[in-house]
Design a protein around this ligand. Structure first.
Ligand SMILES: [Fe+2]
Length: 301
């Protein structure tokens, strides 16, 4: 069973407990999430001008399209306004800004009709972020920039919340990935040769959950949820913004979702910045994570 909470009045502590148990949360737009989407939309409009960003893919050679994204995405990630709007949004949604840490927001693109689904516009196969060295207390926040449809959104695969999958996460180390593959994203057109953690047995993708919040609305989910990019057949490029958070008490207490099948090493703990003053997590809090996640509990029937 998966519970989806809409505009929940639960406290942040109650919400985290539900998320670590596999629930999903959806919120309508907040003042700051609206501004974040406005900023993103202005930037894509400018990048693709005079073309309409949702349809620009149909008028551009794929190399040119990838080139535009390669400039646009880092400009968004490092835009100074993002570091105000993300904490603003988290505060509006009940997070304690002294104890909540976020990483920089990514802008994602899912092009339609398999135009470009590698590298800079990677279409994510079913995965857990915890296969990519995310801690089990990490929460993901996902915001559509344009109207979504069931043909261009993301999907959750709740069967695998509790059912482990054989996968290649043991080969993944975040620190190693940062040294090598990440910076090669824009060059990956056609085939993506970077080794990403993936399932090595069939995924039970159905039943799947496709949530369609309005523009500027927010989906919140645990980094341990199995999720994927829905193959985009909508005829429109999907643009979305996502970022991750951890909460200090849970980092220190090693709280979070259970680990059923993540074997990666390294940690993303060094990436998060405190909402109130952009300081990194105290070293003593994150040190326990450096060797990788806690032992996976494998229980195959
Ligand atoms: Fe993900």
């Amino acid at each position: 069973m998966t519970t989806v909470h809409y505009d929940s009045a639960l406290s942040d502590a109650e919400r985290r407990a539900c998320l670590y148990a596999g629930d999903l949360f959806v919120y309508g737009p907040t003042a700051s999430s609206r501004k974040l989407v406005e900023l993103g939309r202005e930037m894509v409009a400018q990048a693709f001008a005079p073309l309409d960003p949702e349809h620009a893919q149909f008028d551009l050679p794929v190399e040119r399209y990838a080139e535009i994204l390669a400039a646009l995405k880092p400009a968004f990630i490092h835009h100074p306004l993002c570091k105000e709007l993300l904490p603003g949004m988290l505060g509006e949604l009940g997070c304690d800004l002294e104890r909540t840490y976020f990483d920089v927001p990514r802008m994602r693109t899912a092009t339609s009709d398999e135009y470009l689904s590698t590298g800079i516009a990677y279409a994510f196969h079913p995965h857990r972020d915890t296969w990519y060295s995310a801690p089990f207390c990490q929460l993901n926040w996902w915001i559509p920039m344009f109207a979504l449809s069931a043909q261009n959104c993301m999907a959750f695969h709740p069967h695998h919340w509790s059912a482990p999958l054989r996968n290649t996460s043991a080969e993944y180390n975040y620190q190693e990935w940062n040294r090598t593959a990440r910076f090669a994203a824009a060059a990956q057109i056609g085939a993506d040769t970077r080794r990403q953690p993936r399932a090595t047995e069939p995924v039970r993708a159905d039943p799947q959950i496709r949530l369609l919040p309005p523009v500027g609305g927010i989906i919140v989910f645990s980094a341990a949820q199995l999720h994927s990019t829905v193959p985009n057949t909508s005829g429109r490029t999907r643009y979305s913004i996502d970022f991750r958070t951890v909460q200090l008490d849970d980092v220190v207490g090693q709280a979070g979702a259970p680990n059923i099948d993540s074997y990666c090493t390294g940690t993303t703990m060094g990436d998060y910045l405190r909402c109130s003053d952009l300081q990194h997590l105290p070293r003593e809090a994150s040190a326990a994570y450096e060797s990788g996640p806690p032992q996976a509990v494998v229980s195959r029937a």
